[in-house]
Every structure is written in C-alpha cells, then in structure tokens.
Design a binder for this molecule. Structure first.
Ligand code: MG
Length: 386
C-alpha cells in the first residue's frame, strides 16, 4: 500500500525460455543456490509498498511455483498464463483486479531487479500515471533493411531501451489489454498497449544490474557473479541415556522394540546435534539458548519442531542451508534401512534435498557408555552460506 493504493506485483514465469537451452523452464534453473523465480520473489517480498505478489506460470508448473513461494512473506496468488506474453499479463491482471489498484508487471527472467528500481517505478506511477524501467540507448542505433543494409542512423539521444518493471494503474492497463484484444493488436508489450490507447507512458531510469537471463551463458555468468561469498561450517554433538519405557526416536524416525532416550524433549539426539550445528554455523548460540530445558513449553517436545524453528531462524538471518553430515554412535539397534528413512525425514524438516543429507552409523566397540548400550550419541556437521 502506498498513498492509499493497493499494489500487487505480477511476475511473469510462463515462458518456455527456449533460448537458454534447458529441458525445463529457465525460471526454475538453479544457479548460485537459487533460481530466477526465487530471487525475484525474495526481492519483491522486501518491497514494503507491495500488498502481494501474483506469479503467472504454466498450469502444469503451478506445483513447482507453489514450492518456490514457500516462506515468502507476502500474499501470494498463483495463476495460469496463456500462449503469449500478452495473454499471460492479461490473465494475471484479471487474477488481481479485485485486490489491487496498481500492477507492477515484471519479467521473471530479470531476477536481479533491485528494490529501489521497483520503488522508483511505483512512485512514478503514482505521480505520473505510469513508470516503465528502461535505459537511454548508449550504442549507435541503425535502421536496417531486409538485407541487413543500413538505411539510416537514429538519433540515440531520444531512444530508450525498455525493460521491466512496468507499473500502471490496473484499470488503465486492463482496459488497454481489452481494447487490444478487440482491435486484434497482438505481440506488443504493455507500454505499447498503453500508448495505443493514447496514454502517456513515462521512462524510469533503469539500473545496470537489471539484466535479463536469456541464454545459457547468462546463467553461467550469473553463477560466477552470485556465488555465495560467505561460507561457514558448524558442528553439533549430543548424547542421551537409554532407558526402558520410552520410545526410541532418532532423526525423527520411530524405532520399535528398543529402549528409548531419556530427555526433557523426546530425546532425539540426532536432531539435537543438527540443531546445534546450524546455530553454531550461524554463530547464533546453542539449542539451550533458544529452547531452554527448564521451559515447560519444551517438555516432551517433538524435536522436529525445534529443528524446523532453528532452520527458520538461520534462514531468517539470510543463510542458505547447504548440507548436513551426521554420525550416530550406538551399539543397538542396527540402523540399516532406517538410515534412508532418517535422511528423508531430516530433508523434510529442513526443506532441503535428501541428497544433501548424510547419515552414518558407528559402534563404540563396547567401550564407554555408548559401547555398553547405556546411551546413544550423535554428531552433526553442516554448511551454510550467503
Ligand atoms: Mg539433547
């Protein structure tokens, strides 16, 4: 909301992006620990003026989009695009027309857009009725004939190259689309549709960073430039006593017919070790600082919920969770196939790929409390980056 106007972003992610040469939509192509869509969502979610974000995607990809929007703290609308960009924008406008007075239309492939450029375009729309990001041409511009022969040199001092965001009052851009449909005008961008209606459209000075990811090489370059620069490692260790009459839960997985681990919570030493490793890597204290064992809220607590909270806290400090490597020290029971189940469960709790979780087991050769079967211990190492 700004000046009483309700504002929604419309992120276009329905294109095929064939020029990038991936087998899937380039909006979901991973680079430097993120994807173009995720990066857009994170930037737009930081813009306070926005009331929500609508993502226009292909219907068959709506589940992937839903996953990408997890954890984004804005109202989210997911809607289906059409065959052409123009149809996708129109569908998106229809999806937000009851929620918004102003639409911030943005091409998802321009995922390095900055918060201040989005804000500049919104301010321009409020003040002048529109705000379209773009740059004045800096190269020599030639008009060419069908054979590529130069016809004339254009005066670049009055030529702008148009990008997104393109911000308009929703009623204006919606009626521009409807008029275009009625008159059979296709394949033009939103600013051209507005001009066709006789509306003035205003250029907002763009930013060098607002590049579009189009070709495979663009992704390679983005990977190099946006690789996390801060990489940290954390370790955690925990041990709990084995007692009769408690259920054994390790790595969030239940084991039948075994003694259980004594503890204030459910005693899951594996999840506690991971929790400490995460807090340790981010220098955010330890499990006891965040979830004190004299606090009744955590009596019998499901350690999965504590680990989930820890992951949220770490991510809230802008960290990406890389991988987790765990060793469980125990004589009994044999972990065997349960190791796979533990990986799967831990990956669900942390919301990272199971391939990034490793679970190993070791005995203590009958030595010490673990070796005598009186306790189970676990150690975990994790990597985080940003
Ligand atoms: Mg513990």
């Amino acid at each position: 909301m700004k000046n009483g106007y309700r504002i929604y972003a419309l992120i276009l992610a329905a294109g095929k992006g064939e020029r990038a040469g991936f087998e899937h939509n380039k909006m979901f192509q991973e680079f430097a620990g993120t994807t173009p869509l995720r990066r857009c969502l994170e930037t737009f979610s930081g813009v306070q003026e926005l009331d929500g974000i609508a993502v226009v995607s292909r219907e068959e990809e709506s589940d992937i989009v839903r996953r990408e929007t997890e954890g984004i703290k804005k109202n989210i609308v997911i809607t289906s695009g059409g065959d052409k960009r123009q149809d996708s924008v129109y569908n998106g406008l229809i999806a937000i027309r009851d929620k918004a007075d102003i639409a911030v239309i943005h091409d998802g492939a321009r995922c390095f857009v900055s918060e201040d450029l989005i804000k500049d375009c919104i301010s321009s729309c409020i003040e002048y009725g529109s705000g379209v990001a773009g740059k004045m041409a800096k190269d020599t511009i030639k008009e060419v004939d069908d054979n590529g022969v130069f016809k004339k040199t254009l005066d670049r001092s009055h030529i702008a190259v148009i990008e997104t965001p393109q911000v308009f009052f929703l009623r204006d851009i919606l009626s521009a689309h409807e008029e275009a449909m009625n008159s059979g005008l296709v394949g033009t961008d939103d600013s051209s549709l507005m001009e066709a209606m006789g509306k003035k459209v205003r250029l907002v000075d763009g930013r060098a960073s607002n590049e579009k990811l189009t070709y495979y090489e663009d992704f390679e370059k983005a990977e190099m430039e946006h690789m996390p620069k801060d990489i940290r490692v954390g370790q955690g260790y925990d041990i709990h006593r084995l007692v009769e009459g408690r259920e054994l839960i390790l790595g969030g997985v239940r084991f039948e017919g075994s003694k259980g681990l004594l503890g204030h919570s459910d005693g899951d030493a594996v999840l506690h070790a991971i929790t400490d490793a995460l807090f340790g890597a981010a220098s955010l204290g330890d499990i006891g600082d965040h979830f004190p064992d004299n606090d009744d809220r955590y009596r019998g607590a499901d350690s999965a919920l504590l680990l989930k909270d820890a992951a949220d806290i770490v991510r809230g400090n802008r960290w990406i969770i890389g991988n987790v490597d765990i060793t469980v020290f125990l004589e009994e029971p044999k972990l065997g196939s349960k190791k796979g189940e533990m990986r799967k469960r831990i990956s669900e709790i942390l919301e990272i790929d199971p391939e990034k979780i490793s679970v190993k087991a070791k005995t203590f050769e009958k030595l010490g409390p673990v070796g005598r079967g009186e306790a189970i211990a676990a150690s975990a190492t994790c990597m985080i980056c940003r």
